[in-house]
Write a protein that binds this ligand. Sequence first.
Ligand code: NAP
Length: 194
Amino acid sequence: MTRVLILGANGQLARNTTRVFLEKTDVTLTLYLRRASRLRNPDPGRVKIIEGDVLDSGPLRAAMQGQDVVYANLAGDMARQARAITDAMHALGLKRLIFVSSMGIYGEVPGETYRSALDPYRDSAAEIEKSDLAYTILRPGWFTRDKTVSYRITQKGEPFRGHDVSLDSLSDLITKLATDPGLYLRCSIGVSSA
Ligand SMILES: NC(=O)c1ccc[n+]([C@@H]2O[C@H](COP(=O)([O-])OP(=O)(O)OC[C@H]3O[C@@H](n4cnc5c(N)ncnc54)[C@H](OP(=O)(O)O)[C@@H]3O)[C@@H](O)[C@H]2O)c1
């Protein structure tokens, strides 16, 4: 059974993906977040909740013990967070990382120049890409609450297509990435609704 650690587990997309993991897969989850009292355990048989900051290496490494997949759903100082995560994964010998970034980090969205607002996303992606981890970086479009699950993928180097993507589509993709070890390995993929 796959063990997945979710970093930033109180984030909007992380909460949606926790639900989809529990509904559609048999993985066990460790939810890592600041101020853990905000989150109710949805299934104590399969879910463990750990309080911690990604920038605190002790708790982060303790949470990574025995995990198969790390799924990072963060915001803020993402370059520092990415370094903390890759360092901890190297120290523990973990390989598989799913990291949520944003569309636009390579200037790949036709007609858009997001510039400095995306620096943390750009810098964190660069940090991960230079590692030897089995990473998948997601570059989603704007999130919607549309219940349709459909997405199209663009690879790094291709223009981003589309604009929005539903939370449910992203969660579906993340659960597939976590449970299929060969999917989009060492890829940075644009994701939008088809
Ligand atoms: N919304 C969109 O349309 C859209 C589009 C493209 C990309 N994105 C990006 O996709 C990512 C995920 O989106 P989301 O809506 O799930 O974001 P979100 O709701 O803002 O969640 C981000 C989470 O990161 C956590 N976090 C930040 N620093 C942390 C640290 N040092 N240690 C532990 N946790 C930390 C925050 O925790 P606290 O709750 O403790 O602050 C928060 O729960 C974000 O980076 C977002 O900018 C969003």
